[in-house]
Design a protein around this ligand. Structure first.
Ligand code: NI
Length: 167
């Protein structure tokens, strides 16, 4: 397994759209494993393939505190959603920033698992928020897009400043 490089906002590559996975083979399983390792080492609770420069519709999530609930979603689709919930969100591509975003509260997601088997899952709370956040990444969308332009520009400046200091 290997740790992959996570693109940082405002990298334009984060705006790319991911294509559906045609078949869940060993290459995809290796990607999933690498994404879990990358997410855990960051550390974070979710990661989308676009963030590691792979344009495939693959996301990994583990909202547990002890890495005990790894979940991977391949070609995820939300087939039902209801309600609204506002929660503070962060992102491994926008480190150190946490802002409230409004999302659907209850969702049912259809996807392929690590073995390529079709699954359906109905969830709410943090997991529902996390799935929606990661699915946005697959369409080149970031949680900062839900904020005001002023706030987003302020975050962009902060990120660019941080990068200069680390070079
Ligand atoms: Ni994110």
């Amino acid at each position: 397994m290997s740790i992959l490089n996570i693109l940082q906002f405002p990298d334009p590559k984060l705006r790319q759209k991911a294509a559906p996975v045609a078949s869940v083979d060993d290459r995809i399983r290796t990607l999933v494993d690498d994404m879990f390792e990358t997410m855990y080492s960051a550390p974070g609770i979710g990661l989308a393939a676009v963030q590691v420069e792979v344009l495939k519709r693959v996301i990994v999530i583990d909202i547990s505190e002890d890495k005990s609930q790894p979940k991977c979603f391949i070609n995820p689709e939300i087939i039902e959603c209801s309600g609204h919930e506002k929660m503070d969100e962060g992102c491994l591509s926008v480190p150190g920033i946490y802002e409230p975003v409004s999302r659907a509260k209850d969702i049912t997601v259809r996807y392929l698992d690590r073995e390529g088997k079709a699954q359906e899952l109905t969830v709410d709370g943090l997991l529902a928020v996390c799935i929606q956040h990661e699915m946005d990444h697959l369409d080149g969308k970031l949680f900062v897009d839900y904020l005001s332009e002023m706030k987003r520009n302020r975050i962009r400046k902060k990120m660019e400043k941080m990068r200069q200091h680390t070079l």
